[in-house]
Design a protein around this ligand. Structure first.
Ligand SMILES: [Fe+2]
Length: 357
């Protein structure tokens, strides 16, 4: 993409005196930089809570292909959203990349994302994995699976999320805090499937079967399964993938100690969520952000972007990484993920009433 020289540029060059020309350059330079940086399609500013080497390599490939430089600010999702709120119109951010449809929904509610009309995104990403109003788009898929102790649980004993409230699982279930967005979104999917009353009953039943009060992250749940604190943990699939491919042999041993089970295969399918992205409301380079989004759902990027965190591509027909292939195919819940955000409040209220801390 080319950018015409501003007329003032020529005047400077034709000037007989070097000093006024230099002064003029110094005065104009900042404006030229702004023009080059924001106006002519040479840069896209990404606020991302992903920080994988594979992402960096992909962004380099994007620059090679398009000439658009990618500048990344990495921080936690909450920090990035707070920063967008603070910066408002002055924000350099064009694209927000984060995880969980529930969180992306919050970003929309806070006015941080704008709707994007892209036939490429609409055709490539299944409808249930993106916002119906086009504020955000799923880029990779993760499943909320059951991680079980291989030496104490036979997978034939496992079936559905609902069955985990049976008395045989008393004192054996591990899960993280209900403040976590993964659990809030999962509960929202249970509400969508069972209705409010049954969902609350399920939450109470699960709390009654907890091995200990909720704590730690998903990796800690897996660690506690391996350590015998409990026998079955609710975790996102990629945490197992990370452990199995870890450079530390102890971490790999941890991954191998647990089995991975996809529940609800005979009904609605396992609960899935996405990592996703949206173009920011005040994006100075919105067109470039859309080009980057479209690049990220193309075949090459989909394989690499998903593999970076042992997730599934959103695009049909893209090969899964060897680890994911080893887990086999599965049925995934096709509930529109926008519903997860819409039921967020009901989910939080159920956690409160059920005593899931
Ligand atoms: Fe995570």
């Amino acid at each position: 993409m080319s950018f015409p020289n501003p007329p003032s540029h020529r005047r400077i060059r034709s000037s007989g005196s070097r000093i006024p020309a230099l002064l003029a350059v110094l005065v104009i330079l900042p404006f030229l930089l702004v023009a080059c940086g924001d106006g002519d399609g040479e840069v896209v500013n990404v606020y991302s809570h992903r920080h994988y080497d594979t992402d960096e390599a992909l962004f380099d490939r994007f620059t090679e292909e398009t000439g658009i430089r990618v500048r990344v600010v990495s921080a936690s999702a909450d920090e990035l959203m707070a920063r967008l709120e603070r910066e408002r119109e002055a924000s350099p951010a064009d694209l927000l990349i984060t995880v969980d449809a529930g969180r992306l929904h919050r970003a929309v509610e806070r006015g941080l994302l704008r709707p994007i009309d892209s036939p490429v995104l609409a055709e490539t990403i299944p409808a249930h994995l993106r916002d119906p109003d086009n504020h955000w788009f799923g880029l990779t898929v993760r499943a909320r699976i059951l991680a079980y102790a291989r030496d104490r649980v036979d997978p034939s004993e496992l079936s559905t999320y609902e069955a985990l409230v049976e008395p045989e699982w008393e004192g054996r279930i591990l899960v993280r805090s209900s403040e976590n967005i993964y659990n809030i979104s999962h509960m929202a999917s249970i509400i969508a499937a069972l209705g409010l009353d049954e969902a609350e009953e399920w939450a109470r039943g699960l709390v009654a079967n907890f091995a200990r009060s909720p704590q730690g992250n998903d990796t800690d749940q897996i660690r506690d399964v391996a350590a015998g604190v409990g026998d079955v943990a609710l975790v996102n699939s990629y945490y197992v993938g990370r452990l199995l491919n870890h450079e530390d042999p102890d971490a790999r041993a941890l991954g191998e100690a647990i089995g991975l089970f996809f529940p609800n295969q005979d009904d609605r399918g396992v609960h899935v969520n996405v990592s996703g992205a949206g173009v920011t409301t005040h994006a100075p380079n919105a067109e470039n952000a859309v080009r980057l989004l479209e690049f990220l759902v193309a075949e090459e990027a989909q394989r690499a972007f998903a593999e970076g965190n042992f997730e599934y591509p959103v695009r049909e027909g893209v090969d899964w990484s060897p680890t994911l292939q080893s887990w086999g195919d599965f049925e995934a819940d096709r509930l529109p993920l926008s519903t997860l955000g819409e039921l967020n409040n009901e989910a939080v209220q159920i956690f409160d009433r059920a005593g899931w801390r």
